[in-house]
Ligand binder design. Structure first.
Ligand SMILES: [Cu+2]
Length: 189
């Protein structure tokens, strides 16, 4: 409450409004703020505003053969709930080794999947937060560690990926792999 009082005093010295008015205004603002704070646990899936973009292809590719890796791509995961890079470009037919680093202080993971599959999985993770993924399209990485998985991109299009640690997907820890059909230049962007 000290901060609140300090704020009030600051407010008072810079305005000519009475203390009572200021207090009332601040209380009203605080009430609005408190009621506006979302309750994460109360969010039913149906309340999410976004819609699934059922991609033209549900085919995100297939587990890759480590002996046929054409390229290694480094991905960093951090507690700002972001992947770096968040957009990756590959060519159709490439077998990529994802070298995934967790530079945060909490566990993160990288999982490839359609948006609907990722969302379903995120829902499951909320119910079973300790669940670890042993699937070939994902890697779970402890803080300060590295992990990897190998994936073969068989179709042109976009392959979404996300971190499904509870709350991370919702916080925007998502990315996209653009799979190009042509043999043109591969951008880093
Ligand atoms: Cu995460």
């Amino acid at each position: 409450m000290t901060d609140w009082r300090k704020l009030l005093e600051m407010f008072e010295t810079t305005t000519h409004i009475s203390r009572r008015t200021v207090a009332m205004t601040l209380t009203a603002a605080l009430t609005i703020l408190l009621t506006a704070v979302p309750m994460p646990a109360a969010h039913a899936d149906g309340q999410h505003a976004q819609h699934d973009h059922h991609a033209a292809s549900d085919g995100i590719g297939e587990p890759g053969d480590a002996a046929r890796v054409t390229r290694t791509i480094d991905v960093d995961m951090h507690d700002a709930m972001r992947f770096t890079p968040a957009t990756i470009t590959v060519k159709r037919g490439e077998t990529i080794r994802f070298n995934v680093k967790n530079s945060g202080r909490v566990r993160h993971e990288m999982m490839l999947g359609t948006v609907s599959a990722l969302r379903e999985h995120a829902e499951m993770m909320r119910k079973m937060p300790q669940m670890e993924h042993a699937e070939p399209n994902a890697v779970t990485v402890d803080p300060g560690k590295r992990g990897e998985f190998v994936w073969h991109f068989t179709q042109a299009g976009e392959v979404p990926f996300a971190c499904l640690e509870p709350g991370h997907f919702e916080a925007g820890m998502v990315g996209t792999i653009r799979v190009r059909a042509d043999a043109g230049s591969i951008g880093g962007g």
